[in-house]
Design a protein. Structure first.
Length: 292
């Protein structure tokens, strides 16, 4: 298929090489947020930021508060205390288009199975077109071209007219990422995006998210249960335990002590222990990627 992309709003942004941490703009800034359910703090005084071009992995045991944190960040639930800013704006005040700058990728893809890959991607444009156009699925040419560009970006241009429910799990998650890109987001919040995928498809999806962060101005924060995946793909690792943020380090500094702080003592010996306390661990071997 040959397409002319010049009419569509472009996703192509220059790769920033050599840009230091200080030069990168904070996309998401979370300051001292707390969320309680029936008096119990699911997240407690959490502070961190995610900068443009950054891929941050959020780790933590079950019940640590990862989903609650994401629900606060995406505005699905209100916090009891603290502030969340997107590109400097208070998230709780964002309306319409501005709210679409936070895109979410779910574990279960959340595609409409009877629609094509392209139609699913165009759902990412719904906040940008008049309501009646969305209902009738009558999108402008520029939106359709943008949708195709997004599918091309995730390697699925050839599947544009294929029904979503005929795609593999890995392909469906790529369509979901293309839909997120169609929102032209400042940040992509990915809630366990590889939990339903086999190791190779999962690695492909994380590689794609990392590439999106690096080559565009988009920031990515991604919760994971696979520590080796986080160590392979993330620029930075933050960790929640019992609702509190206990780790916020560049990935190469995520050592044995950090692992134990988050999860307690290792039971399966899947991560190579450091030679001395606090020393960085070796990058994981391919067969370790799904070990923990
Ligand atoms: N709507 C709710 N009402 C009451 N308690 C809740 C609610 N949502 C979350 N919680 C509680 O908040 C805590 C954190 O839950 P959360 O789902 O955020 O953890 P998680 O780290 O995402 O877990 P997992 O990795 O298993 O998905 C848990 O104790 C949970 O029971």
């Amino acid at each position: 298929m040959s397409i002319e992309l010049t009419a569509a709003p472009s996703l192509a942004l220059p790769i920033v090489r050599g840009a230091t941490e200080q030069h990168r703009l904070p996309r998401l800034a979370v300051a001292g947020i707390t969320k309680r359910f029936s008096g119990h703090a699911a997240i407690d005084d959490v502070t961190f930021s995610v900068r443009e071009h950054e891929f941050v992995a959020l780790l933590g045991p079950s019940g640590a508060g990862k989903t609650t944190l994401f629900r606060c960040v995406t505005g699905l639930i209100a916090t009891d205390r603290g502030q969340i800013r997107l590109d400097g704006e208070d998230v709780s005040t964002l309306q319409g288009h501005a709210r679409r700058r936070i895109a979410v990728v779910f574990q279960q893809f959340n595609l409409v199975s009877r629609l094509t890959a392209l139609e699913n991607v165009l759902a990412g444009r719904l906040g940008y077109v008049p309501l009646w156009r969305g209902w009738l699925r009558q999108f402008e040419r520029a939106d359709r071209l943008l949708g195709l560009e997004c599918l091309d970006r995730v390697g699925l241009l050839a599947q544009a007219s294929q029904r979503a429910d005929t795609l593999s799990g890995g392909q469906q998650q790529r369509v979901a990422i293309a839909r997120a890109l169609a929102q032209q987001p400042s940040i992509i919040v990915a809630d366990e995006p590889v939990a339903s995928l086999d190791p190779n498809a999962g690695a492909g999806v994380l590689e794609l998210l990392r590439e999106i962060a690096r080559s565009g101005g988009v920031a990515v924060i991604c919760s994971l249960h696979q520590v080796p995946f986080a160590r392979t793909y993330a620029d930075r690792i933050i960790g929640l335990s019992c609702g509190r943020m206990v780790i916020d380090v560049p990935t190469q500094e995520f050592d044995e002590a950090a692992y134990v702080r988050l999860y307690g003592a290792q039971r399966n010996g899947s991560l190579t222990p450091p030679t001395q306390e606090g020393a960085p661990m070796k990058p994981p071997a391919q067969n370790e990627l799904y070990a923990s």
